[in-house]
Design a binder for this molecule. Structure first.
Ligand code: ARG
Length: 477
């Protein structure tokens, strides 16, 4: 059960006070308001794992008896089973995932269950659970980024020679290849992966042992718990261990950047798919129709990626705001960290999954891309560079070409359609320009000539695009 309507108790018993310290129970509203079991039950597996590691350490250190450990292990195995079968009775009265599991354990194995919480607090317990959960989420995200990259590289490779207009200010700027354009997104995704991998290092530290905030007087062995749970090290300050959530904020920041990159790609897919542009078509399975306009095929999936980026950005702000006013150490505010965090991970995971599939479903309309290239004087810079290479200063060359573009505008043609004489006449007002033009100028005015000339590392020449893809594949393997 995962909603706020979860029944309290469910056993017909009247609501109980928290402990002997309280004289009256909380109201139903307060109970619902303060409970987190509706959403933190997602960490049940991590909670059990953490508890088992803690219990084993307690037994190794002689803090609980071997028989107690055996009872705890047996009880937890059953609880795990009940949860997996969907038979575990989550109870709002027991506030959160930790108390629900502990209570069930005690019901199953008696006193050993009550001993589990020795030397521990829910404060270090919950911080441990989140870190374990987030570590798994990051590993899943890293694998999905790799899958997305593989697909992106395939499409880029198939289009290493496909010319399209590169834009600045959404105006035709210079020819690029579609493969080169896609490889820009590969580079973004590579940095995204680096950010998640780096964030993982700081996630992967063990808070357990910090107890409520000051540590514990029992002779615990934190390093062995860290090793059993696969943490790289322990958190070195008990107050910090239970109170800070910077690792979650970092994760959300990495997620917001990843989503921002995919949102930009989405915006391009949407634009390219518009009939006014017509550079690509998306596979039908990512689009929907309209209930009123029979002709419509809408790019819903990229639009939703763009939209969901807003909620991921929102979660980042939510966590930053959650943290900023908190004095040390743990405060209940921190219970609010989970929903934004879970939602962020869910959104990123679903988005990456869908994107890997969608990328391969792109149908490239090479003729339309090439058609657009003949409309915006895309090789004007190449013409200026030609004049510079023949000795004209760049500023003069820039002006000469500007005049040629104006003449082409008047004539209603593209630069390569001029004759040599027409080009010379167009540039006549710039001293030294016209006489530098020769027949070989038509070699640089072509799209292929322009592309091939940008053959340095990071350039759009098809050979460089292939080199970039090969480099990326090598990094992946
Ligand atoms: N459900 C709580 C949370 O998510 C667990 C820690 C509660 N600790 C406390 N002292 N109330 O943060």
């Amino acid at each position: 059960m995962t909603d706020n309507t979860m029944p309290a108790a469910g056993n017909g018993e009247p609501a109980k006070a928290w402990s002997g310290r309280f004289t009256e129970p909380v109201s139903d509203l307060v109970k619902r308001y303060t409970a987190s079991v509706m959403f933190d039950q997602r960490m049940a597996r991590q909670d059990i794992r953490g508890s088992l590691a803690h219990a084993r350490m307690l037994a190794r250190q002689g803090i609980i008896a071997a028989a107690d450990l055996a009872d705890i292990e047996r009880g937890m195995a059953q609880i795990q089973d009940e949860i997996e079968r969907g038979e575990f009775a989550w109870n709002l009265d027991d506030e959160d995932v930790h108390l629900n599991i502990e209570k069930r354990l005690t019901a199953l194995v008696g006193d050993a269950g009550k001993r589990l919480h020795t030397g521990r607090s829910r404060n270090d317990q919950v911080a441990t659970d989140i870190r374990l959960w987030l570590r798994d989420a990051i590993d899943q995200i890293l694998a999905l980024i790799a899958e997305f990259q593989d697909k992106l590289l395939d499409v880029a490779e198939a289009n290493a020679d496909t010319p399209m207009p590169g834009f600045t200010h959404l105006q035709v700027a210079q020819p690029v290849t579609f493969g080169h354009h896609l490889m820009a997104y590969y580079e973004m995704s590579r940095r995204d992966a680096e950010r998640f991998a780096d964030c993982r290092k700081r996630v992967n530290r063990l808070p357990l042992g910090a107890a409520a905030l000051a540590g514990t007087s029992y002779p615990i062995d934190r390093e062995s718990v860290a090793a059993e749970l696969g943490f790289d090290e322990v958190c070195f300050n008990s107050l910090d261990a239970v109170s800070d959530r910077d690792f979650a904020i970092e994760f959300c920041a990495a997620a917001a950047l990843l989503m921002t990159h995919l949102s930009r790609l989405s915006e391009e897919l949407i634009l390219w798919m518009s009939p006014r542009v017509g550079f690509i078509d998306l596979a039908d399975r990512f689009c929907t129709g309209s209930s009123i306009m029979p002709q419509k095929k809408n790019p819903d999936v990229p639009e939703l990626v763009r939209g969901k980026t807003g909620r991921v950005n929102g979660s980042l702000i939510a966590l930053l705001t959650l943290m900023k006013g908190q004095p040390l150490a743990y405060n209940k505010d921190n219970q609010e960290d989970k929903e934004p965090l879970f939602d962020t991970a869910d959104t990123v995971i679903d988005t990456l999954r869908i994107y890997a599939d969608m990328i391969t479903g792109i149908r490239v309309k090479a003729e339309a891309m090439r058609g657009a290239l003949s409309q915006g004087y895309a090789t004007a810079t190449d013409l200026a560079d030609y004049l510079v290479k023949k000795g004209l200063p760049f500023r003069d060359a820039h002006e000469a070409v500007a005049l040629a573009v104006r003449a082409a505008d008047v004539k209603g043609c593209d630069l390569p359609q001029f004759s040599l004489d027409e080009l010379r006449i167009a540039m006549a007002h710039v001293p030294g320009a016209a006489e530098r033009l020769a027949e070989d100028v038509f070699g640089v005015l072509t799209v292929e000539g322009s592309l091939a000339s940008r053959k340095h590392v990071g350039g759009t020449a098809p050979e460089q695009v292939r080199a970039a893809i090969a480099r990326a594949r090598k990094l992946r393997s």
